[in-house]
Write a protein that binds this ligand. Structure first.
Ligand SMILES: *[C@@H]1O[C@H](CO)[C@@H](O)[C@H](O)[C@H]1NC(C)=O
Ligand SMILES: *[C@@H]1O[C@H](CO)[C@@H](O)[C@H](O)[C@H]1NC(C)=O
Length: 180
């Protein structure tokens, strides 16, 4: 009887150990240009976002070497534009934390480096990131524009909104999103 009981306890503790292992938190990085995988960033409305690396008409030309995976998504909100002039990047993910990274331009023209983003999770506004141009001509990379580490362990919808209704012209250069 005794050895059987020991075996029973061993099986129990192995089970407990494996459920601990499956609860280990890991970070998943979603590149702006990822086209397969569980979580992929959706860009709306269609046509207003550009694949920055291959965009000849774009005025922002950050150094691909300094970006994650050499790519970024570029969109501009035009001054005074209404509801239909807002640009959105949306990510559905399963996790407890999210970190959003952009490239930031600081020039006031070509590109217009005014930054004005608003963030929402599951339809609720959760933060914003605004920065007026300083006229500095270099770009900043891996800028954490939004993070949240206290989400419920379930699926969530994160949305980045570039610009605001009636607001100033603004630029977004989205590089990657990490979720936990
Ligand atoms: C995930 O990445 C963030 C940002 O770099 C970091 O602060 C956090 O500790 C990481 N979490 C895990 C579980 O590795
Ligand atoms: C940046 O340059 C613009 C245009 O020359 C000027 O109007 C603005 O005041 C400058 N901004 C700063 C912070 O120096």
């Amino acid at each position: 009887m005794f050895p059987l009981f020991t075996l029973f306890l061993t099986v129990l503790s192995l089970k407990a150990f494996s459920s601990l292992v499956s609860a280990t938190l890991v970070n998943v990085t979603v590149d702006d240009s990822q086209t397969n995988g569980v979580s992929v960033i959706q860009y709306t409305p269609t046509g207003v976002w550009n694949d920055g690396l291959h965009c000849d008409g774009c005025t922002a030309h950050p150094d691909p070497e300094n970006t994650f995976d050499g790519t970024w998504h570029d969109s501009t909100h035009l001054a005074g534009a209404g509801e239909d002039g807002l640009n959105f990047a949306t990510l559905e993910f399963q996790g407890v934390a999210i970190y959003v990274y952009c490239i930031i331009a600081h020039t006031s023209t070509s590109p217009d480096g005014n930054t004005d983003m608003t963030f929402s999770i599951d339809g609720n506004t959760v933060g914003s990131f605004s920065l007026a141009p300083t006229n500095q001509t270099t770009y900043d990379y891996n800028v954490l524009v939004y993070s949240s580490t206290d989400l419920s362990s379930s699926s969530h919808t994160f949305t980045l909104q570039n610009g605001r209704v009636g607001g100033a012209k603004s630029l977004v250069l989205l590089d990657y999103i990490v979720y936990t």
